[in-house]
Design a protein around this ligand. Structure first.
Ligand SMILES: Nc1ncnc2c1ncn2[C@@H]1O[C@H](COP(=O)(O)OP(=O)(O)OP(=O)(O)O)[C@@H](O)[C@H]1O
Length: 248
């Protein structure tokens, strides 16, 4: 796909730490509206790739473009978040002593800052938006509960809801199924599919049951570059992928 028609475009991206190449000529293109799963063994470069996209790490070489035109290597982390790239880290960071509803309300008002938030009256439109988010993240019935009392999986969903409150154009999700029960894992795959109706998503995940449930194109990273790409069945049948995973 040409850079101009892509949502996210990485070409020949390299990152070295003390001479060690964490990314080694990584090229990856995400189409507008797409959901992509990124898999790969430990140390393959998945986290470093997310760090490059969000401006946390600067590449030594290569191109990183958002929306076809915006050079992300020239932007800082705050700029990139403002452009509409939201990142969900592995560990949930919800406000435990606030209710589920208040967490979403705070996220909705985020950029306005705490002082204006204090005196801000929630508009009818904002209430409707919070209701929609609650339904999407499967927490309508838990709206008045403290976030501290949610299960690990529900905290992850709440944090995804808080990111969505900012209406990102691209959502980066790091190992959402880690530590979840089987039922929560299955529900999270459904949740991401729901989100993907209106948002582009890049999800890094180790859990193959989860990746299969997503049913999207998979990119396999190895030693900082793309080893294989295609459906999960296609990449699982690739001998090089099998070798990398089984360490043969
Ligand atoms: N700040 C750093 N300094 C030195 N080496 C680093 C740094 N960050 C990452 N690395 C190294 O770069 C390589 C790629 O790491 P990265 O965390 O991107 O892999 P990953 O695919 O996310 O792995 P995992 O599945 O274990 O999270 C690893 O060998 C790691 O040790």
């Amino acid at each position: 796909m040409a850079r101009q028609s892509s949502l996210l475009y990485l070409d020949g991206v390299s990152v070295s730490f003390d001479g060690f190449r964490a990314l080694n000529g990584l090229s990856l293109v995400i189409a507008p509206g797409e959901m992509r799963a990124i898999i790969g063994p430990n140390g393959a470069g998945k986290t470093t790739m997310m760090d490059v996209i969000t401006g946390k790490t600067r590449p030594d070489a290569g191109e990183v473009y958002f929306g076809g035109e915006i050079d992300l290597t020239a932007r800082d982390e705050a700029d990139i978040a403002e452009l509409g790239i939201g990142r969900k880290f592995q560990k949930p960071t919800v406000f435990e002593s606030h209710t589920v509803w208040d967490n979403l309300e705070l996220a909705l008002k985020g950029p306005r800052g705490p002082f204006s938030t204090l005196f801000h009256v929630v508009s009818r439109a904002e209430r409707a938006r919070i209701e929609d988010l609650l339904a999407l993240i499967r927490l309508s019935a838990r709206r008045d509960d403290l976030a501290a009392n949610l299960s690990h999986g529900q905290k992850q969903w709440l944090e995804i809801g808080m990111l969505l409150a900012q209406d990102p154009k691209l959502l980066l999700v790091d190992e959402p199924a880690a530590g979840m029960t089987d039922a929560e894992t299955a529900e999270t795959a459904d949740l991401l599919k729901d989100i993907n109706r209106t948002h582009s998503v890049v999800v890094v995940e180790h859990d193959m049951t989860f990746v299969r449930a997503l049913g999207v194109k998979v990119t396999v990273l190895h030693e900082g570059a793309v080893l294989a790409e295609g459906s999960l069945d296609h990449v699982s049948a690739d001998e090089r992928v099998v070798e990398v995973y089984l360490g043969r």
